[in-house]
Design a binder for this molecule. Structure first.
Ligand SMILES: [Zn+2]
Length: 363
């Protein structure tokens, strides 16, 4: 199954196409932008563009190179995604294992191109870096550019990757082999190793428009959502295809509702808080408690991150300014109280209003 078409980001596409067309494309790019806006999809689009035999402003989609990239089978396009820690103990076996796991992920993405979020514990460990190093040392199979996509580059764990491996990667980024292109993606550039950050030229992606998200849902989600569901999912998605997809599941909706509530609360009194407190369509009490659970989980992750531990999921920007876990733990207590009250016969909207006030005071 070929990839779904890239949606939106026309400005970035034009700039990249112009740079590629005039031979001025930097060899190391860092695509930054919110969850699910299409960073890795844009990286693949660029891989297709630089490999395409037609050399236009957009990949033609029909030539051999375009088709190979579109089915994730181009031998010179290497897509590295975070994976679990290898089980083998021998370093060479670990590299083999990483290659196998990555091949399996690609197989899954070929059959299901609309993938969901990576698991929180997945990383780019030392085996992945060694594999990347080995592949970067090879010559082009098809005779054109070689592209290395390092998705969620902030998951390169420096203490996991030995100093030697980290240095090897930095050297690759500092002096990329001729004809190679490295595309890193991240939600949050500040989490990248500073040395990596300094070597990459940023490409910033904004949110998609509601119209773009709507069109995506209409075209790609089956069974087709009803008109009402469609509008609700567009609102939940908040400019992200990732969220639009997740909004088809209860856990995704709960997470997104919790995120919007936190954004409203941390923005201070005003329209966004009002909106956050009002908009949640609590069809059932279960959805409300699922949102509270997601909220507690998010606060827990932020508390973990504030003491230097790895969060299980990406922490919303609005929670990342806390340098101590105390306010976050206090906020978790308020959520736990609301969770308990939610068992009783209390109106969720009323509970939410009270909780919103309490969170605003501590966060
Ligand atoms: Zn083409």
């Amino acid at each position: 199954m070929p990839l779904h078409p890239l949606i939106g980001h026309l400005g970035a596409r034009r700039r990249l196409a112009k740079a590629a067309g005039t031979g001025k494309l930097p060899q190391v790019l860092l695509i930054c932008g919110g969850t699910g806006v299409g960073k890795q999809r844009l990286a693949l689009w660029l891989a297709q563009l630089v490999s395409c035999e037609q050399r236009g402003e957009e990949p033609c989609g029909n030539c051999r190179a375009c088709r190979l990239v579109g089915t994730l089978s181009h031998p010179d396009v290497h897509w590295f995604v975070p994976i679990g820690r290898p089980k083998a103990s021998d370093p060479d076996k670990q590299v083999e294992e990483a290659a196998q796991v990555l091949a399996q992920v690609m197989e899954e993405r070929r059959s299901q191109p609309l993938y969901s979020e990576t698991e929180g514990t997945a990383i780019h460990g030392i085996a992945t870096v060694r594999l990347l190093q080995r592949r970067a040392a090879l010559t082009s199979v098809e005779g054109g550019r070689r592209v290395f996509i390092i998705a969620e580059a902030d998951r390169l764990v420096p203490q996991e990757a030995s100093q030697e491996a980290a240095n090897a990667l930095l050297k690759l980024l500092e002096e990329p082999p001729p004809g190679s292109l490295f595309i890193l993606t991240t939600v949050d550039p500040s989490r990248l190793l500073p040395t990596m950050l300094s070597r990459a030229i940023p490409v910033r992606l904004g949110k998609l428009t509601d119209g773009e998200v709507r069109e995506f849902l209409e075209t790609h989600v089956r069974p087709r959502p009803s008109a009402e569901e469609l509008e609700q999912r567009v609102a939940w998605a908040d400019g992200s295809i990732g969220w639009a997809l997740a909004s088809g599941e209860e856990s995704g909706r709960a997470y997104q509702a919790a995120r919007q509530l936190l954004e409203g609360v941390t923005a201070g009194p005003g329209p966004s808080l009002e909106q956050a407190l009002r908009q949640a369509p609590w069809a059932a009490r279960g959805e409300f408690t699922a949102m509270l659970d997601a909220l507690a989980e998010m606060l827990g992750d932020a508390a973990r991150e504030s003491v230097g531990q790895q969060p299980r999921r990406a922490v919303p920007q609005s929670l990342r300014r806390h340098r101590s876990p105390d306010p976050l733990l206090k906020a978790m207590e308020h959520v736990a109280d609301a969770r308990e009250a939610a068992w009783g016969n209390v109106n969720p909207q009323l509970l939410l209003a009270v909780l919103g006030q309490e969170l605003a005071e501590v966060l």
